[in-house]
Design a protein around this ligand. Structure first.
Ligand SMILES: [Zn+2]
Ligand SMILES: [Zn+2]
Length: 460
């Protein structure tokens, strides 16, 4: 802590608001802060926060309880005031772990037709996909609905339990980073939507019974989601290592760099070749490395796979000896024909609209950054965060297929087998998610000749 303050003090102060072309050292005028220290009787301490959307830096001395700090430049949320009710989060997390374990142990759904019945468990979907030769699909479903959510619950428990008694958890920073990495890949709520779609699809042709595991799963999902909404990751990081404190009455040092993992802002030493974060130890980069090239590659791969994902059948439903392969679009049409308009619209949005929106949106963002487009930067930043948030919901069709495959395998009476289209479609969803993760929205704002706005204290 002391070292950090020394670092800040030792750095030459420069007022960004009146940035001038560099002049020889000798001619440098004396540093004058905007609010002269003479009028300040006490050093006012605050913290600095960097916007993940545009890289603007703000000096903050806290916000009213329960409110949200939003970047004035790009509109992205900076942080919300949560004093961190850790006991509450821990209790919810323990509850979620128990219900999640129960959901794995009890029967999930029963499908009955013509006097024959089949019961599935929570994990029979991935297992059946593997049996049918679609092991990459089975593996992906297993990872995002079982393995990663379980790992995240255990990691949170690992972190929160020692914190209750003011102890630092072992490997705390790594555990925090791991939990943050897992977060977008935990898809409990989307799986539940997949259960709903599968239920609606099947209840037309036969009786489907929900068992205890569905309710246990629902409870686990609700508890885990509530814990996530209460938990402020920034508050947890603060407990693990304090954010650099600064004198908010003085201009900020010039060479600031922010950690994309924990939000810590460090002063970048010029000599440092491979700087690492002073709080979590992850490598620091001004921008995500090779962001544009990587994002283009992932978007291009997703664009190519989008064609087979829509042309090839995602599954074949055999019903009393006859059946035809279903593509994503024909599945939507069937739901419309069956009068299930809300579900049909939901699947249409998640499986057709969202992937197109993501692909077109990412191409637009990439081109506008490369062409240096100045107009509509705020809107583009908001669109990027929207794309990143909704992308995972396209997995709903994959989960629905996995449930149908596991539940409906009664030979000639009724059987559902997966198709190659499902594999391509899952790849499209995952690739576009990775593309959104590798894109650095601050690039939208990296344009020459921008004057720093009055209400912003610096840029990173
Ligand atoms: Zn911003
Ligand atoms: Zn960090």
């Amino acid at each position: 802590m002391l070292n950090r303050e020394k670092n800040f003090a030792a750095t030459s102060w420069r007022d960004h608001r009146h940035a001038q072309p560099p002049r020889p050292l000798m001619a440098e005028p004396p540093v004058v802060s905007e609010r002269p220290p003479a009028t300040v009787t006490m050093r006012i301490r605050g913290t600095i926060v960097a916007c993940p959307g545009c890289g603007s830096v703000y000096r903050t001395r806290g916000i009213p309880p329960g409110s949200v700090a939003v970047c004035r430049r790009c509109g992205v949320k900076l942080f919300h005031d949560q004093r961190g009710n850790l006991q509450g989060v821990l209790a919810l997390n323990i509850g979620a772990m128990l219900f999640f374990a129960l959901a794995h142990l009890m029967p999930f759904l029963t499908f009955s037709i013509e006097g024959r019945a089949q019961t599935s468990t929570f994990l029979s979907g991935p297992l059946m996909l593997v049996r049918d030769g679609y092991w990459p699909l089975g593996l992906v479903v297993f990872i995002v609905v079982s393995l990663f959510p379980a790992m995240r619950m255990v990691t949170m428990f690992w972190l929160l339990l020692p914190m209750m008694s003011a102890h630092r958890p072992p490997f705390a920073a790594s555990a925090m980073r791991f939990s943050q990495f897992l977060r977008p890949w935990c898809m409990l709520e989307i799986f539940l939507l997949g259960v709903l779609v599968a239920y609606v699809k099947l209840s037309d042709i036969a009786a489907v019974e929900l068992h205890e595991a569905v309710y246990a799963f629902l409870a686990a999902m609700l508890l885990a989601t509530t814990a996530d909404s209460i938990l402020e990751e920034r508050a947890l990081w603060e407990r693990l290592g304090r954010q650099a404190r600064v004198d908010v009455t003085r201009p900020l040092p010039a060479a600031l760099i922010s950690c994309t993992e924990c939000g810590q802002i460090d002063v970048l030493a010029e000599a440092a070749l491979h700087p690492t974060c002073s709080r979590c130890g992850s490598p620091l980069h001004r921008r995500k490395p090779d962001s544009i090239a990587r994002t283009w590659a992932l978007v291009a791969a997703a664009g190519v796979l989008y064609i087979p994902a829509n042309l090839l059948p995602v599954m074949t439903v055999v019903y009393f000896g006859s059946g035809a392969p279903n593509t994503i679009m024909s599945g939507v049409k069937e739901l419309f024909a069956a009068g299930q308009v809300p579900i049909a619209l939901l699947v249409f949005t998640a499986s057709i609209v969202v992937p197109i929106l993501k692909l077109v949106g990412m191409v637009w963002l990439l081109l506008s950054v490369q062409l240096g487009v100045r107009r509509g930067r705020r809107q583009r930043t908001m669109i990027f965060f929207f794309i990143r948030g909704v992308g995972r919901w396209s997995m709903v069709d994959i989960f629905m297929i996995s449930i149908l495959v596991s539940l409906v395998s009664l030979g000639a009476i009724a059987t559902v087998v997966p198709g190659m289209g499902a594999l391509s479609f899952a790849a499209v969803v995952l690739l576009t998610m990775l593309a959104a993760e590798s894109f650095d929205p601050r690039l939208i704002w990296d344009l020459q000749g921008d004057r720093l706005e009055r209400h912003i204290d610096g840029r990173i």
